[in-house]
Design a protein around this ligand. Structure first.
Ligand code: FPP
Ligand code: MG
Length: 392
């Protein structure tokens, strides 16, 4: 079922699948081959969360290493979002006023920056740098990335009619759809100016591609991946995940290396690190939707099924319970569908296989990080890739 051939796609599907690759990014067909071989291995139940060389990694908490930078980043973003319009200020800054949240994207950029700046000398004068291991440009990049991510969430909550986000009322439900969309646009506009000020065309191109990917991922998600017999459902799902989650992580890690003029080899290693963490993160997120409580998630559970979305746990469960296909095809809309689908998933090995696949992506991130010189920040990158899968 998961291995349907791609035959007669619509021109819209083709446009999404044949995306031109960015320098250093795996071609679409390479990515797909890799994804499918990983997915087919998940039945072996032997994914081990360690790779050769990892035994020499020190225990370092990734969030502690960057905690003071993250506090400054939050303050700086709020300053960057100041305008002469009080309503716009309030709405755009809404999420940056909320304490908590792991800030995983800027954390990754800061760790990658420190870990790679060890290999190559910083071009900037050390006195310009806010931190000994991170340049000002890399800190700005982390801010830009968090602003783009938040902009996408403001728009996403409008599309998903979400009432809550991060355990509080969502912007759309507090201020209405119009202001939520405009605040997202404003965040995107300010982040674009900050990005342009980095005066680095390659970094700008990488992040501009990310914005395109976020939009494509969201549009891909609108399509019922089951109803279209011409597309391989799992491949489509993983590609949508890359566009929605992995691309921002992979390309912003790469941009951090680009900003300091690091070699192509280093750029590729950190791109693959971000890609691996991103894929693992999304698979875990899709799994938590089945296994967590609303209080733990800060948003309603079984949200994906309720939104008609078919994710990895269900895709894997199809192998054991092909009957589920009819539920997925009608996007769990008939009374009792959600409960039935949930029950099939629980009885199948779908959750376990999803976890196995997430571990394999985490392994991929660890292998990529191990290509960098040993340092506390490199080890923290590895711990972060592990922490993502330790949640489940
Ligand atoms: C969360 O998805 C949403 C995203 C990761 C990206 C959303 C992208 C857009 C709305 C396109 C517009 C982009 C920009 C930059 C303005 P989810 O609904 O699966 O996760 P959730 O449970 O956190 O809502
Ligand atoms: Mg959403």
């Amino acid at each position: 079922m998961l291995r349907n051939a791609v035959s007669s796609m619509t021109s819209l599907d083709k446009a999404f699948i044949d995306t031109p690759t960015v320098k250093g990014e795996l071609s679409e067909s390479e990515s797909v081959k890799e994804i499918m071989s990983m997915a087919s291995k998940t039945k072996s139940k032997d994914s081990i969360a360690s790779v050769a060389g990892e035994e020499h990694v020190d225990e370092v908490d990734p969030f502690t290493i960057v905690s003071s930078d993250i506090r400054r980043l939050n303050k700086s973003i709020k300053e960057l979002l100041g305008s002469d319009h009080p309503v716009l200020d309030t709405v755009a800054q809404y999420f940056f006023d909320i304490e908590g949240g792991k800030k995983i994207r800027p954390t990754m950029i800061l760790l990658v920056s420190r870990a790679t700046n060890i290999n190559g000398a910083l071009k900037q004068n050390a006195s310009d740098a806010m931190d000994i291991g991170v340049s000002n440009s890399q800190i700005r990049l982390a801010e830009v990335t968090e602003m783009i991510h938040t902009a996408s969430l403001l728009h996403d909550d409008v599309i998903d009619l979400a009432d809550t986000r991060r355990g509080v009322s969502s912007v759309n439900s507090s201020f209405g759809n119009k202001l939520a969309v405009l605040a997202g646009d404003f965040l995107l506009a300010r982040s674009s100016v900050c990005l342009a000020r980095l005066r680095n065309v390659e970094a700008i191109e990488l992040l501009a591609n990310v914005i395109e990917h976020l939009v494509k991922g969201e549009v891909m998600q609108m399509k019922n991946l089951i109803k279209n017999p011409d597309l391989n459902a799992f491949e489509y799902y993983m590609r949508k995940n890359f566009y929605k989650t992995g691309s921002l992580m992979a390309n912003s890690c790469r941009a951090a290396a680009v900003l300091e003029g690091h070699s192509l080899e280093v750029q590729e290693a950190v791109f693959n690190y971000g890609r691996g963490v991103g894929a693992a993160f999304q698979l875990v997120d899709d799994m938590l939707d089945f296994t967590s409580s609303e209080a733990e998630l800060g948003k309603p559970v079984l949200n994906d099924l309720k939104s008609g979305l078919t994710t990895a746990p269900v895709l894997f469960a199809f192998d054991e319970y092909p009957k589920m296909l009819s539920l997925a095809a009608r996007q769990y809309e008939s009374p009792g569908d959600i409960e039935k689908a949930f029950d099939y998933v629980r009885r199948s090995d779908g959750l376990e296989r999803t976890k196995d696949l997430a571990i394999q992506y985490s392994n991929m991130a660890v292998e990529a990080a191990l290509k960098l010189e040993k340092s506390p920040s490199r080890d923290a990158m590895i711990r972060l890739a592990r922490k993502v899968v330790e949640q489940v």
